[in-house]
Design a protein. Structure first.
Length: 278
């Protein structure tokens, strides 16, 4: 049995927030119900527009170094994803970026019914038979201790990028584990979707490959936005920045023939797909 936890409404506080910040009462109510009631929190919620340094993540430097090695030596890389919207957009984002910088890259998404979630030894063996030397997980992997060890036995290194909580026994013994929830991670923001963590990885790679930060990564913001919304993570901090920038970019790419039409994110994504197929 599931129970709804209904937040209490403080009408006086709502009216105060609405008047002080010149926002609609409904918006003020939503802020209050989510515990965003201090002036600095409210201002930050509406105006925060910065991306944190990706190298604040523990193991980000190790992950980037191993990927650069694979690029320089022409090693085959496999992006190991997941079958939900977050996993698929994470896979597409990292796969497309690595293709752009010249990697020998493929991807693998396990079958939901026959394989289930996360790394599995059969899939790892298939990658070995295909000559893969580096597996990068997206939206999974933080609980795949045995599979990472099996990959090692087959001569495959593993980089884990994941946003799920770390199990009690800790993270797998991979080359790098990029996860904001692991001990010692310096990332100030923690509640990314899997695609948000993947986006931080390509931001770090881009700073090495192109001498840039998040410049030139606009097309990946679209995917990060869709995955973030679909995974129903909180839209605060960097998630809000990703979503806001992504929706604005999607809307800028769409020609709306009916100006009065209520534009939903699903319609925006549908139109974006049509545009890209041309």
């Amino acid at each position: 049995m599931k129970y709804w936890d209904i937040n209490k409404v403080d009408k006086q506080k709502i009216a105060e927030i609405s008047d002080k910040h010149n926002i609609p009462v409904l918006t003020a109510m939503l802020l209050q119900s989510r515990g965003i009631i201090e002036d600095n929190e409210i201002e930050s919620f509406f105006t925060y527009n910065q991306f944190e340094d990706p190298y604040n993540f523990k193991d980000m430097e190790k992950a980037v170094e191993r990927i650069i090695k694979a690029l320089n030596e022409g090693e085959k890389i496999c992006i190991y994803g997941d079958y939900d919207a977050d996993g698929v957009t994470s896979t597409a984002l990292l796969y497309n970026y690595l293709q752009t910088v010249g990697a020998a890259v493929s991807y693998y998404i396990p079958n939901r019914h026959s394989e289930g979630y996360g790394l599995n030894n059969k899939a790892v063996k298939l990658q070995s038979e295909d000559g893969i030397k580096l597996i990068i997980t997206v939206d999974n992997g933080v609980s795949s201790h045995e599979e990472v060890e099996f990959a090692k036995e087959l001569g495959i290194d593993t980089i884990i990028t994941d946003h799920h909580k770390v199990p009690e026994k800790g993270v797998p013994n991979a080359v790098a584990v990029v996860n904001p929830h692991q001990k010692g991670c310096g990332s100030k923001y923690k509640n990314y979707a899997g695609v948000g963590v993947a986006f931080k990885l390509i931001t770090a790679l881009n700073s090495i490959e192109q001498g840039l930060d998040n410049e030139g990564l606009e097309e990946y913001i679209e995917l990060a936005c869709i995955g973030t919304i679909a995974d129903i993570v909180e839209l605060r901090g960097e998630n809000r920045v990703i979503t806001k920038k992504g929706i604005n970019l999607i809307l800028s790419l769409i020609h709306i023939s009916e100006p009065t039409r209520l534009l939903s994110i699903s319609y925006a994504v549908f139109c974006l797909k049509k545009k890209k197929k041309k």
